[in-house]
Ligand binder design. Structure first.
Ligand code: FEO
Length: 385
């Protein structure tokens, strides 16, 4: 086997460097992998397909791995097209392979691809087991991680959790980079809204002795599984896993940026040594979103613009609110030359974020001066207490 995960499990996925924005909005400078695996046993089983742009490459990987054999089963853990789009083509080639998935997934197959495989399918139900020989796959219903039809499966022979999108990350399958930066950007961007469902699922995974996690994106996680589970525990509970403060600002002439930097200096002088500054008009918005969820505190600084906030700030707060941002202390810094409104508008926009407390606000009139220097110092004190 060329891409061995274990003696009996092989990687047959593909890497996408063609897509510029994943799901139309997430930057993927290192591309993204669509993972698929093959289990060799008495019953040969394919785990998921890949995005439609890579169908032929994946089929070639599969054919090479099969060495002339035919798969008995294909398990579809998730119906989002980045994983299911090659299913119909696969089914036309491997006409005897049984499709294994949740009942909800078969309904989606009909809608997406016009076929629900009623003549050759196994419905994977919570807790039921599919016997492949030495490998026994136990199915775990994982609704809304990240769609309603999602299932995980646990292979008791190799002790692998096949986790659909969960624990996935942007970048290469064999990426040597640390996991959590791109995994958190992926999680908070794509799955973050469904924290309650992820959080509910995690305790059920403790019933399994997991030695490896095979996600549909990114690397196989093999060591220190508890580390990944504990980060998902924090993220899904909307709890910070990093100490420190994120300062996100929207500035036009550099004065609001200057205020954000002065604010950061005050925080540093008060002992805050972990500060991330984001220029919302220029940074990767989803990196800023991920950081806001991961750090203890948040400060927002915006100019007043069209009697509201700068558009990038509005987009940022909307992105937080949509994903269930909650339980943080937030400091507000507004700038305005004649009718400052930004703090009021940011307060209103944050109104949908549960248990989010406004620590206070500071006002800049056009450019920071001695008065605003002290006001920013007072605000830093209020935020950090
Ligand atoms: Fe990678 Fe929800 O699809």
């Amino acid at each position: 086997m060329q891409n061995k995960i274990t003696d009996t499990v092989e990687y047959i996925g593909v890497h996408d460097t063609e897509t510029d924005l994943f799901e139309g909005q997430y930057r993927i400078p290192d591309g993204i992998s669509y993972n698929s695996y093959l289990i060799f046993d008495e019953k040969i089983t394919v785990m998921d397909t890949v995005d439609r742009g890579f169908t032929e490459e994946w089929l070639e990987n599969l054919k090479n791995a099969l060495c002339g054999k035919e798969p008995d089963y294909i398990v579809v853990h998730h119906m989002e097209p980045d994983h299911s789009a090659s299913l119909k083509r696969f089914s036309e080639i491997y006409k005897n392979t049984v499709i294994v998935s949740s009942l909800a997934a078969f309904a989606m197959m009909k809608n997406f691809y016009g076929i629900d495989f009623s003549d050759r399918r196994v419905i994977a139900k919570e807790g039921e087991t599919l016997d492949l020989g030495k490998h026994k796959l136990t199915f775990i219903a994982a609704p809304m991680v990240h769609w309603p039809e999602v299932i995980f499966s646990y292979d008791s022979y190799d002790k692998i959790l096949f986790s659909a999108d969960a624990f996935g990350k942007f970048g290469k399958f064999n990426s040597p980079d640390s996991w959590d930066a791109e995994a958190s950007r992926y999680y908070f961007g794509i799955v973050g809204k469904y924290g309650a469902q992820v959080n509910k699922l995690l305790p059920r995974l403790s019933a399994f002795d997991i030695k490896a996690i095979c996600s549909l994106h990114g690397p196989v996680l093999k060591e220190n599984i508890g580390y990944y589970l504990s980060l998902y525990e924090s993220w899904s509970a909307y709890k910070p896993d990093k100490s420190g403060t994120v300062i996100a600002y929207a500035s036009v002439y550099g004065n609001t940026k200057k205020a954000a930097e002065i604010f950061a200096e005050h925080l540093k002088a008060m002992g805050e040594d972990n500060i991330r500054l984001f220029d919302l008009a220029r940074c990767d918005m989803h990196e800023a979103v991920s950081a806001a969820f991961r750090y203890e505190r948040l400060a927002l600084a915006s100019i007043t613009y069209n009697a509201s906030v700068f558009p990038a700030m509005k987009s940022f707060i909307d992105a937080l609110e949509e994903r269930g941002f909650k339980g943080r202390r937030v400091a507000l810094i507004e700038n305005g030359s004649w009718a400052p409104q930004a703090a009021k508008v940011m307060r209103e926009l944050l109104g949908g974020c549960e248990s989010t407390e406004i620590a206070g606000s500071a006002r800049i009139l056009s450019a920071p001066n001695e008065f605003s220097f002290n006001e920013l110092k007072d605000l830093a004190k209020k935020l950090i207490i």
